[in-house]
Ligand binder design. Sequence first.
Ligand code: NAD
Ligand code: GLY
Length: 359
Amino acid sequence: MEVLSVPLGERSYDIQIGTGNLAAVGAFIASRRATSHAAVVTDENVRDPHAAVVLESLRLADIRAEMRVLPPGESTKSVAQAQGLWQWLLDINADRKSVVVAVGGGVIGDLAGFAAATFARGLDFVQVPTTLLAHVDSSVGGKVAINLPGAKNMVGAFWQPRGVLIDTAVLETLPEREFRAGLAEVVKYGVILDAEFFDYLEKHVREIETRDPAVLRHLILRSCQLKANIVAADEREETGLRSVLNYGHTFCHAIEALTGYDRFLHGEAVAIGMVCASRLAERLGRIGGEITRRQVELLRVLGLPVDLPELDRQEFVAAMQRDKKVEHGKLRFVLPSRMGHVDLVGGVASDDVFSVLND
Ligand code: NAD
Ligand code: GLY
C-alpha cells in the first residue's frame, strides 16, 4: 500500500493507494477525523458491491452510516440532485461533525463534494473513487461542481477532501469503455509532465489491457503524484500552472458540447483533443511530428479515438470561445514544447486553429 500526501498546509491530506483496501475505509476515516456519523453518497452501479463494503466498514469503525443512492450518469450532477442531497443531509441530522463519503466516479465525487462544500457552510468529505478517471484525476485536487443546463461544471467550489482512498480492485467491475476513457487522462500526465512515464506506458500496453494490479497501481500512483504536485503549487488555478492539466481540454470541451455530451465519454474526447492540441503545436513550430505520432499510436493501441468527428468548424471555434481559459475573448491553449512539457500559449490565430480542424 502506498500513501501520498497533497501538501496544502492545514488542508493537507493523504491519498492511500492499494489493492483490496476498500474494507479498511472506516479505519482510514477514523484515523483522520474524529466522527461518529457518515453520509455515504453513491450511484446505482456502485452500490453493490463497493458502497456496501464501505458502509459495513464504517459500521465496524463505530461510525453511524447512512447512504443515498443516486441514478448513474452526468445528468445526476444537477441543481435538483444537489438540492436533494442538501435536504437529505438535513433529514439525517448531518452537522459539522459529520463526514460526507463519496463512493463512485467523478459524477458522484463532484456532486457529493459540492454538497459537502455548501451544506452548513462546509462539511468534511472523503473521496472513495471507483473509476479509473476518478482514481487519477477527479478525486484529487478539490474541484467540486454541478452542471447548469448547457454549462458543465458551472457552479462549484474548491473544497479539498480530508482524504482519498483508492482501491484498484474496484476497477474489476468497471466496464471496458469507461476503463479506456480513464487511460486518456493517464496518457495526458505523461505528455504534460513526465516523458519517462509516457515511455513506461508505451512499454506496458499489454499489462494495462489486462489490468495487471501492479501496473495499475503504478499508473495511478504516478498520476496522483503528478497531479498532487501541481495542486500543491497552484491550488486554485491562479498562476496558470494548474491549467496544464487541461491539455487537450479546449478542443475536448467543444467536441463534447457539439456532440450533445452523449457521443463520447469525457476521456475519449480528451484523447481527440490532445491530438488536436499537439497538431496545433506542430503547426506553430513548437514541436516536430514525432511527438504527435507517439500520442496517436499510444492512444490508438489503448483503444481510444484520435480522429476529430465531422462537425461544423465555425460552431466548433465558437464553442472553444466558451472555454474557461479564454481571457478577454482570446483563445489560449495548453501546448507541448517537448514530450513531458507544456506551456499555456495565448494569441493563437484562428487561421491556425482552423487549419488543425481541417487537417
Ligand atoms: P461517472 O462517475 O459517470 O462513472 C462512469 C460510469 O461508471 C457510471 O455509469 C458509474 O455508475 C459507473 N461506475 C463507476 N464505478 C464503477 C465500478 N467500479 N464498477 C462498475 N461501474 C462503475 O464518470 P467518471 O468518468 O468517473 O467521471 C466523469 C465526471 O468527472 C464528469 O462529470 C467530469 O466533469 C468530472 N471530472 C471532474 C474532475 C475534477 O477535478 N473534479 C476532473 C475530471 C473529471
Ligand atoms: N481536472 C483538472 C483539474 O483538476 O484542475
